[in-house]
Write a new protein. Structure first.
Length: 189
């Protein structure tokens, strides 16, 4: 099975309300523009939860020559283990709440959740996002209760499949997993 393209995703969303398919993701057809906006919003929102495919643990964040620790533009969320809650993400920089500064004298290790573009997403996540986007699209632009019920069941099924794949792809050994240790001992020095 080939991966669901962004164009196919947009057309699936449009089909919920009987709208005609488009031939280009950059179509200026008003409903296609709305469908794409909803698709990308849902993708960003759901990626912020963090999954095996968009999380990276223990990334070394280097300070620049001015002492700033800058984050890449695709960064959604950062967790810095063992920082006692003092280091936080503000925009695309790390801020030290304790010293009230963006300037660091050390580099930091962090766990990062990044937003990936459509072409880098796994199939299970794409399907889940399309189901969620279809639900929102129907609710905001069509409002059919019959469709809503059917789409909610589809969302549930796609979420279950995604969660199962997420579990399969994670190292869940509680004694050896870095992620488990970070969760268990978060904010402990």
């Amino acid at each position: 099975m080939a991966l669901l393209t962004e164009l196919e995703a947009i057309n699936q969303i449009l089909s919920v309300t009987g709208d005609a398919p488009v031939s280009n993701v950059n179509s200026t057809y008003e409903q296609a523009v709305v469908a794409r906006r909803v698709l990308l919003e849902i993708s960003r929102q759901k990626q912020s939860e963090g999954y095996w495919f968009n999380e990276v643990d223990e990334v070394l964040l280097l300070k620049d020559s001015d002492g700033y620790i800058n984050l890449s533009t695709d960064t959604i969320r950062v967790d810095i283990p063992r920082d006692n809650g003092y280091f936080v993400q503000r925009g695309l920089r790390i801020f030290n709440k304790r010293l009230n500064t963006y300037v660091f004298t050390i580099d930091l290790y962090a766990n990062i959740v990044s937003e990936l573009v459509w072409d880098l997403l796994p199939q299970s996540f794409r399907q889940y996002v399309v189901a969620e986007a279809s639900l929102r699209y129907n609710a905001e632009y069509f409002g059919s209760p019959e469709l809503d019920s059917r789409i909610q069941q589809d969302v549930f099924n796609k979420k279950m499949a995604l969660d199962a794949e997420d579990i399969d792809n994670r190292d869940l050994n509680m004694l050896e997993s870095t992620r488990a240790q970070n969760i268990a001992f978060k904010n402990r020095g």
